[in-house]
Design a protein around this ligand. Sequence first.
Ligand SMILES: NC(=O)c1ccc[n+]([C@@H]2O[C@H](COP(=O)([O-])OP(=O)(O)OC[C@H]3O[C@@H](n4cnc5c(N)ncnc54)[C@H](O)[C@@H]3O)[C@@H](O)[C@H]2O)c1
Length: 393
Amino acid sequence: MEDLRIGVIGLGLRTSIALAADRPGKGAVVAALCDLDPAVLKRQSAKFPSAGFLTRDHRELLDRPDIDAVIVNTPDDTHEALAIDALRAGKTVYLEKPMAITIDGCDAILRTARESGTRLYVGHNMRHMGVVRLMRDIIAKGVIGEPKTVWVRHFVGYGTEFYYKDWHADRTRTTGLLLQKATHDIDVVHWLAGGYTTRVNALGDLLLHGDLPRRAPGTPRPDDWLMENDWPPTARKDLNPVVDVEDVSVMNMRLDNGVIAAYQQCHFTPDYVRNYTVIGSEGRLENFGDGPGATVKVWNTGPTQYREDCDIAYKVPDAQGTHGGADVQIMSEFVRFAREGGVTDTSPVAARMSVAAGYLATRSLRDGGRPYDVPPLDADLAAYFDRGQQEAA
Ligand SMILES: NC(=O)c1ccc[n+]([C@@H]2O[C@H](COP(=O)([O-])OP(=O)(O)OC[C@H]3O[C@@H](n4cnc5c(N)ncnc54)[C@H](O)[C@@H]3O)[C@@H](O)[C@H]2O)c1
């Protein structure tokens, strides 16, 4: 079988996902590259020996008949326009999360996928992380009964480096970090709980990064911008010229199946880790660490006082590669989907529902914590995706 020929649009930090795709002779090859920045294009092209076509204009890449699929790997505010162009050009799309920075943007992408009949895949790689799959398996086996409530604490160590030194810090480019960053976890909450958020509210603020020194407008990120892990966080500097996204946020969700969930995010903690608790009708689980080798503990006897030991301890399996092995796994699912279509563990509809919850939670936290109802996706459009991106027979 010939390799799927992939073009990559956007070659910044997330080039890791394109590297996971580049497996010449083993199913897929990165054959074309695009980045607006010629220096980035030149530097990153050295990592892709089979990429014979380089361009700064994504339309030139999309015009090429020898490209089967594209990875859209650009900042969030560009996803909508680039994904729509690629779908109209008939290239199967791997679109990085978040799908878009508004609900309308997501719906426009989903409508275009249907109108063009082109396959769309959204890169929610956490669905391929060992810890998430383990928690989902434990729930599916009934070990904690029926899930009733999910609580997520997200400790974003390195928050300054990754989110406050470039476009992420500017709400016009992202909406906010409760959408940009939390869509991962909102999607996982939906997947673990088996439902979608229908109502949200949130509180949040810019508690620390608003006071740190910023770069002058027009000054690029310094070359060593990711290396400056100064401690304490108040010693950090060289922030993006615009900083207006909250660095602490707490969000509540009611799901369509009655589950109540909560998500909390902080960008100046000393450590980077996600901590999930799922309480079901017959027990609870909690993860300790979130990478390969981490533990998910289950307590399903009791009641007792605090118990550090548990009834069952599960180990997250070993895995190689970025994001705890998830990037290799999601790319292999994408390549299969690009060739054959069919059901995948990720879902464009779920991707839209996580953006919708994050978008309205962000509106809520900027509106005194007022609750908002999350609009469902148009039922006919949702049915198209539920049929595996096919029209009804
Ligand atoms: N799934 C994950 O775990 C994960 C992790 C990191 C980032 N991401 C997502 O990946 C995307 C990229 O993030 P990043 O950190 O690599 O950003 P980045 O700023 O490091 O890189 C973006 C690149 O896109 C280029 N670009 C911008 N507009 C373009 C256009 N119209 N055409 C061609 N190139 C263009 C820029 O020049 C830049 O080189 C974001 O949507 C982010 O949310 C996902």
